[in-house]
Design a protein around this ligand. Structure first.
Ligand code: NAD
Length: 476
């Protein structure tokens, strides 16, 4: 049984759940403790008690701890990447890539500890100095989704600790193993008890307890729009700081002047890798009408080459869908797309593997329109729709016609259109001739409209959320 980590000690949960491998449902990865509301409160109390000391802790101590965590994650990339793929279903190379990202994030924030700047300014009044400094927020509650089980916890935990906050971490129910392994590493990094706590459990129990407790000063959430809205309302109801990263319906425009190979690479990589279970996945392919037939034929040819199978088997390109519910949702949207009049041009059928798993052949729905449900609602699987566009202006209007605004891409050889697109795409991240998914770890990540609420994550911009600004006046 993998336990909870509260106040520097490992504790049993109120109950437990089995962590199942989506590539092989006969494979139980382990049993993981589930906390109840009282245990969550214990973790919050521990974090609150540790917060004043940690806020004033030496920055070299913080930097050394984060660097140590980052080094161990990187050194164990193969083992942790395998564990991640086994519980989430992305392929092993993708799992290892995610682990490397997590390690690099910790090392980035180790250095950020040493770059905590303030401002000292002359006053507009005589005989006065003004200082502006950043201080920790206090206790941060972190609520994570299942699709990046180590990277998302890392890009919230590392800045929280670097800027002097204490953490109560709640991973998604489906994927506790990666965050548990990360916690085990953090537990040996020399942090005082209570600075970091892990409470695995259900959103309605652990998540809700974090939202309700006044000792939790800030909530950093990533997940669906439906849950995000609840989190925002609960946090704002008691004036807690809140940061919410949610879904996407990311467009990839392919203009008639695009290099076809680049367009196909961006479409297939962005739409289908990691089983399409990325908030930045391109699920709307908006394609110029002249290149449309060649593009669709070439994408189908590429899709036919992809191996769908066990995430841990060498040569697998696309792993399984994460669980039965998500598979049902994906298949349901494929049915909806066909009923709405789109053509299922490739895939979309459930596949049998050598082991019982949630395998789905990547689906391409052509002749779609932007007002179909498959083009408006986040599916979160290996499913993309192709929407024809008459011109660049038409394509841009379609790309922006969505409730979401996370990542928006274009494939073009036109400098004029690329430049215009960077300025006018309504998204937090804009991609030119690269897939909509796949980002650096040292720059901000986040979106506009219903994709994000609150200040940006990652890079030095994370300071905005994980610190609060103090202005001090001093007579001289
Ligand atoms: P989800 O909203 O179902 O769950 C997210 C987390 O919220 C889980 O830990 C869950 O236990 C918790 N939760 C559920 N109900 C809660 C409640 N009432 N109170 C507090 N917490 C609660 O999302 P998911 O299915 O785990 O993740 C998939 C979603 O995440 C997709 O929409 C995807 O686009 C989004 N996502 C966004 C980003 C981003 O940075 N924008 C990154 C990855 C995933």
């Amino acid at each position: 049984m993998k336990q909870l980590y509260i106040n520097g000690a490992w504790l049993d949960g109120a109950s437990s759940s089995a962590n199942i491998n989506p590539s092989n449902t006969n494979d139980v990865i382990g049993h993981y403790a589930l906390a109840d509301a009282q245990q969550t409160e214990l973790a919050i109390a521990a974090a609150a008690a540790a917060a004043p000391g940690w806020a004033l802790s030496n920055i070299q101590l913080r930097a050394d701890a984060l660097d140590k965590i980052g080094n161990e994650i990187l050194a164990r990339r193969e083992e942790l990447g395998t564990l991640l793929s086994r519980e989430e279903g992305k392929t092993k190379p993708e799992g290892i890539g995610e682990v490397v990202r997590a390690g690099n994030i910790f090392k980035f924030y180790a250095a950020e500890c040493l770059r905590l700047r303030g401002d000292k300014l002359p006053s507009v009044r005589p005989n006065l100095d003004v200082e502006v400094t950043r201080e920790p927020v206090g206790v941060v509650g972190i609520i994570a989704p299942w699709n990046f089980p180590i990277a998302i916890p890392s890009w919230k935990i590392a800045p929280a600790l670097a800027y002097g906050n204490c953490v109560v971490m709640k991973p998604a129910e489906l994927v506790p193993a990666s965050t548990w392994a990360l916690t085990e590493i953090i537990s040996r990094a020399g942090l005082p008890p209570g600075v970091f706590n892990l409470v695995m459990g259900h959103g309605s129990v652990v998540g809700q307890a974090l939202l309700n407790d006044r000792r939790v000063n800030a909530i950093s959430f990533t997940g669906s729009v439906a849950t995000g809205k609840k989190v925002a309302i609960a946090a704002m109801g008691r004036l807690a700081k809140v940061q919410i990263e949610m879904g996407g319906k990311n467009p990839l425009i392919v203009l008639d002047d695009a290099d076809l190979a680049t367009a196909v690479y961006c479409a297939v990589q962005g739409s289908y890798f990691s089983t399409g279970q990325r908030c930045t996945a391109s699920s709307r392919l908006i394609v110029g009408k002249n290149i449309y037939p060649r593009f669709v034929a070439a994408v189908k040819e590429e899709l036919a080459k992809l191996n769908v199978g066990d995430a841990l088997t060498a040569g697998t390109d696309i792993g399984p869908v994460v669980d039965a519910n998500q598979l049902e949702q994906d298949m349901n949207y494929i049915r909806i797309g066909k009923d709405e009049g789109a053509t299922l041009a490739f895939g979309g059928e459930r596949l049998d593997g050598p082991t019982p798993g949630f395998y789905l052949r990547p689906a391409l729905l052509t002749d779609a329109s932007n007002d179909m449900r498959i083009s408006r609602e986040e599916i979160f699987g290996p499913v993309a729709s192709v929407i024809p566009a008459d011109s660049y202006e038409h394509a841009l209007a379609l790309a922006n016609d969505t409730e979401f605004g996370l990542s928006s891409g274009i494939v073009t050889t036109s400098l004029k259109h690329a430049t215009h697109f960077k300025r006018h795409a309504q998204a937090g991240m804009v991609m030119v001739n690269v897939p909509t998914a796949g980002v650096d770890y040292h720059v901000p990540f986040g979106g506009t409209k219903a994709s994000s609420y609150g200040s940006r994550e990652q890079g030095s911009y994370a300071a905005e959320f994980f610190t609060t600004v103090k202005t001090a006046y001093c007579g001289v």
